[in-house]
Design a protein around this ligand. Sequence first.
Ligand SMILES: Nc1c(N[C@@H]2O[C@H](COP(=O)(O)O)[C@@H](O)[C@H]2O)[nH]c(=O)[nH]c1=O
Length: 565
Amino acid sequence: MPPAHPPPCGVAPAAAATCPLFLLPRRSRSLRLRLRRLALPAPRAATHAHDAVLLRRAADAADRSAGLTSPHPNFGCVIARPQLETDNAEAWVVGEGFLYAQGTPCAELLAAQEAGEHARGATAYLNLEPGDCYGDSTAVSTLVQAGITRVVVGLRHPLKHLRGKAIQSLRNEGIQVDVVGEDLHSKLFKEALESCLIVNAPLLYRAAFRVPFSVLKYAMTADAEQKYPTMLYWKLAGKIAASSGHASWVSGKSSRGRVFELRGRSDAIIVGGNTVRLDDPRLTARHVKGHVPVRIVMSQSLNLPEEANLWNVHDAYTIVATQRGARRDLQKKLALKGVEVVEFDMLNPRDVMSYCYDRGYLSVLWECGGTLAASAISASVIHKVYAFLAPKIIGGVNAPTPVGELGMNQMTQAIDLIDVSYEQIDRDMLMSGFIQPIPDLSPVIPSVDEIPSVDPEVSPYETNIISFYKTWDTFGAFSNFSPHPIHMPDENGDYFTWPTVEHYYQAHKFIGVDDPQAREIVQEIKLAKSPEEAARIGRTRQREFQELVCLNVLVTSIFACYSRK
Ligand SMILES: Nc1c(N[C@@H]2O[C@H](COP(=O)(O)O)[C@@H](O)[C@H]2O)[nH]c(=O)[nH]c1=O
């Protein structure tokens, strides 16, 4: 496919003189010389301003999978080469790409494929250092083979077992690598760097704090209350529901649409038991083809209804986190519905977040009531707040507010949000800000011999359990989702190359079943764009066509997983 971008620079304008000079009369010779000089100006070099524009574009490209697939490290790659005809850096782009999902082609490969021959001698702009790992060096080798001569990197990879490796490999191949903040110091990069930080904020928080990036979201009215009865001093004390607990709806349709987007960007959504009892929520992202986050209920007492929307795991997977030993009868009923019940010795936000960290979660959205919100803030596991303010008054002394008791009795103790932004959404106002700034991991620059092959903080000898939910995490090479195709024989002995182990596993729930519907599902799974989509298709079809599922696959798969761990 011809690239959708202009031809490379160095192609002198056709106007350039073609007739040999010595054949021309003297007067026109000097004019021709001047014309030729005009026609062949010195090749343009990218300035910091150009680099900043193109790096920002790479960060924007990195964000394009948001909501379509589960949160993963976001990589964007823009390949550009200065054009003589224009100073507009956007017009220099000859190829770009972004990582769609775990186990799919990397951004660098997609950008180089689009650029084709125009990548030779060009510059590649990366929001994040390539995540090549476990012997897979696709990103680096692609840039080398494409003939890229310079790479501009927004951020070093924040995961210790990957940090610095790709940059070093590129430099070992003689490619100039300029890292913002190390080799590029101009203020012109401020905005581009912020874009690189924002698009991978979840990965940075996870790497720095070893918990998922947690966002607290609430919608509240514009109620106010007198600080003291005798004084005229009122303060905003928004309500998230009426005194009766009724809450549909505080914010408008467009604001709730924004919440669906936020859910689509999250690995999990967390509510407390009270929210389940009062709202019976579904907590789905509401878009058909997009990512379906897990729903987590935190309930110490397990005082939960036997029937609830959240127990319908056809919508989405549900986990109930509870205190060890709570209501074993209800635990069994929930497990029979397909709900995963996880017991904690002492149920608290930090331990639940550590559990989510182990499951590889990058982003979690807290849509809980005030009591749990206060507990999560006090445990310092909330990093950002999205507050939707609706122009409504509901009143009610006992009507619930967004955040419960934080133990602060002086206004000077209030938590000041940082990097606050305001946005009007129809009649509502969305205010969002960080409770903790995005961690700056840049000082940790490992030297070549310090680059460990595995994250030193997770020694396999400290524990006999290692988790590999996510391909990019320390032991991700074991994940079914890792981008390692497998070449396997089918029941007739014919071989087929499955894109990932997950594709193979999900399809084998239906292979061997003599039914056209089963064969159609197998085909659908074979063509899935990513292991995550193969998993989504397999699980959905398994629920829809339970009679077609061959149980022995499920049994052997459980055995295989445990034996492998
Ligand atoms: N009432 C209210 C919210 N309520 C939150 O949304 C949950 C309901 O989600 P779902 O069942 O998926 O529609 C509910 O349990 C509570 O966490 N959210 C908002 O953005 N705006 C609103 O006005």
